[in-house]
Write a protein that binds this ligand. Sequence first.
Ligand SMILES: Cc1ncc(COP(=O)(O)O)c(C=O)c1O
Length: 335
Amino acid sequence: MHPAIAELPRHRLFAEPSPLHRLEGLERALGGRVELWIKREDLLPLAFGGNKLRNLEFLVGAALAAGADTLITSGRRWSNHCRLTAAAGAHAGMSVHLILSGPPADATDPTRYSPAAGLEAILGAAVTQLPTADRDAREQAVAAAADRVAAAGGRPYVIPVGGTGLPGVWGQVLAADELLAQATEPQALPDTIVMPSATGGTQAGLLAGLRAVGNTAAVHGVLVARTDEELRPAISATLDALGQRLGPRVQVDDVELDPSQLGAGYGIRTAAADEATTLLARSEGILVDPIYTAKALAALIAGVGSGRWDGQRVLFWHAGGTPGLFEPLDGPPGQ
Ligand SMILES: Cc1ncc(COP(=O)(O)O)c(C=O)c1O
């Protein structure tokens, strides 16, 4: 492990690497033009798994090192990061307060019922649901929650939206190390990794981790929330911060961002993502979610169809999020 990481406070949430395996059924369904593999971040062991558990190891570690007893974070009502913060807090014996921004699901309407709040209640988190998705309102609610905790004698630690930035993304640098260690036997080092990118932290961490040890695999980030213009500066800032500790900085033109699957925006289904979901389910028996991973998979399928990756070994980064399958979401016309 890189010395910059070894000395950071870390609360271990899992002991085993997430599985890495071949996708022969999907490979056949796509005409055998590429060798396909999958990294099963969805199978990390807490609360339906997902990539954000890696960030939370370092965030909870930092919170405990700072003497905090309460984690406060925020996100949209389907946020995997929020559910996993509830799980990580429970694991570490900390209180958790979540600020979820709108649109709220409607518990009185069975077609608008959101399962996420139910999972967070089981995990013991206190949830505040805002009626709006306005970012300022969310930040104010987070600050107010921190003040309330402190006024009651608690010690709050605020985690940014998505657990992104440092120190959380060190977990993604470690994911790159884990992949490289796992992929040498059998020979499974990818030429290209295809993954969903929302706040960009996972992509920045993976890219920095690969380049730090000289691996040149392309990391193809499929935009699911923000546009290239919005996201590139955030990824660049994270790469700067990581580069200062890891050594050479990743060049910003090494960051591949694919806008083709964003559709009408974050959390809105697309027909291509729905088709990708059924293709993977029916060729492999593996489920993806409509908000993040199905859109990344749709980009992978489109890229294979176009011949872009012919003859390559392509790795699908299954970042998790499967509870999103049960969320009432807006969809493409006719659905
Ligand atoms: C399942 C899933 N995939 C991908 C992402 C995107 O990760 P990042 O915010 O680091 O870009 C998230 C973020 O919450 C997620 O929950």
